[in-house]
Design a protein around this ligand. Structure first.
Ligand SMILES: *Cc1c(COP(=O)(O)O)cnc(C)c1O
Length: 374
């Protein structure tokens, strides 16, 4: 018997507790039982973000729905905005902004590189009428981290709304939106929240609240917020996912955000040291902790061989197709990542790479011990 193991940066494997919650019979959402559970989930989100604010809503959509909602609810047609575009998801902000009539100024970042806060500052000086700055904390398509705190700082200097796609950063980094000076934060369920796809989150600051529009219908923040504060929703919610989110948030908070970030840091560093010991290297200049993108012209062969041994990792998209493969760390147990490194060694060996069996495992284990995880 062989079960395929997922190491893709979305969807990610589900913790046992989440799977148990998902196996329950559906309940009705216009009930006291749902209301109580939903309000508990809202409390857990507040704890996760260390912020008592009620300014956040869930949508029954994939992550892109909350991205679209961010564009629609806080910006008007004709608004000038700065978009940091360093990969597939930066490109998505650009497309969404253009689609809804905003006037984006594009800061194009070479794929694999991270945004330079000085360049953001320069662009905002050049375009002082920019109402917001859109970016990804973790650009999943290239594995790059964009320096969110520094970008938030620059946004505040220029009174632009800092709009952060944190779909692969929530549940990975210890994000405190107030400290990071983030005004709009987007999350998605099949990534850092360790759930199946179909639930998204939109959090916003008091400053962003003052810009709220009435442009959206289904994705209306105003309509949802007035209901969700009371434990209800405007439309039928993703009931099962909300009940499961209670489990995954409890898991995350039992570990504690500091330790969660530390574990992901160890996983990222351990994986990159391991692949280095095997003769491969990281694609991103400043790797995000959620996903390791590994550069290799033979990435498709490597992926295919890994799959034969029951391990699924992601490839590259568009211009990165065949150039990288990506290993997710979201919610990962280091034991499982160690297993993946071991199998990767077998695969590289089979493909005729000059490498020493065990070198990756050794580098990875050493890192876990250095971090005090083992
Ligand atoms: C996955 C992802 C998205 C899009 O989410 P969907 O759930 O596929 O709509 C957006 N941004 C980032 C950074 C992602 O990783």
């Amino acid at each position: 018997m062989r079960q395929e193991r997922l190491f893709t940066p979305g969807p990610v494997e589900l913790p046992e507790r989440v799977r148990q919650a998902l196996s329950r019979q559906i309940i009705h959402h216009r009930t006291e039982e749902f209301r109580r559970a939903f309000l508990e989930v809202r409390e857990l989100i507040k704890r996760m973000l260390s912020d008592p604010s009620e300014n956040f809503v869930f949508f029954a959509s994939s992550g892109t729905g909350a991205m679209e909602s961010a564009v629609l609810n806080f910006f008007q047609e004709g608004d000038k905005v700065l978009v940091i575009n360093g990969g597939k998801f930066g490109e998505r902000w650009l497309k969404l902004a253009t689609h809804w009539g905003l006037k984006p100024v594009e800061y194009r970042v070479e794929w694999g590189k991270s945004a330079d806060p000085q360049e953001v500052r320069r662009l905002l000086k050049e375009h002082p009428d920019c109402k917001g700055v859109f970016f990804q904390i973790s650009e999943t398509s290239t594995g790059a981290y964009h320096p969110a705190k520094e970008i938030g700082e620059v946004c505040q200097e220029h009174e632009a709304l800092c709009v952060a796609d944190a779909i692969t950063a929530l549940g990975v980094y210890h994000i405190v939106p107030k400290d990071w000076k983030i005004d709009v934060l987007v999350g998605g369920s099949q990534k850092g929240f360790l759930l199946p796809p179909g639930l998204s989150l939109l959090w916003f600051s008091e400053r962003a609240e003052r810009s709220l529009t009435d442009r959206a219908f289904y994705f209306s923040v105003k309509k949802e917020l007035s209901k969700q504060k009371e434990g209800q929703t405007a439309w039928t919610p993703a009931i099962s996912l909300i009940l499961a989110l209670k489990e995954s948030l409890e898991l995350i908070l039992e570990e504690g955000m500091e330790r969660v970030e530390k574990r992901h840091r160890a996983l990222s560093e351990g994986t990159l040291k391991a692949v280095k010991a095997l003769g491969l290297k990281a694609f991103a200049q400043h790797p995000a902790l959620s996903v390791s993108a590994i550069a290799s012209d033979r990435s498709e062969e490597i992926r295919k061989e890994l799959l034969k041994l029951g391990i699924r990792v992601a490839g590259g998209q568009d211009e990165l197709k065949g150039k990288i493969f990506r290993i997710s760390h979201m919610g990962a147990d280091p034991k499982d990542t160690l297993m993946l490194i071991g199998i990767l060694e077998v695969v590289l060996n089979r493909l005729g790479y000059e490498m020493e069996l065990g070198a990756g495992v050794k580098a990875f284990s050493k890192t876990m011990m250095e971090y005090g995880l083992w």
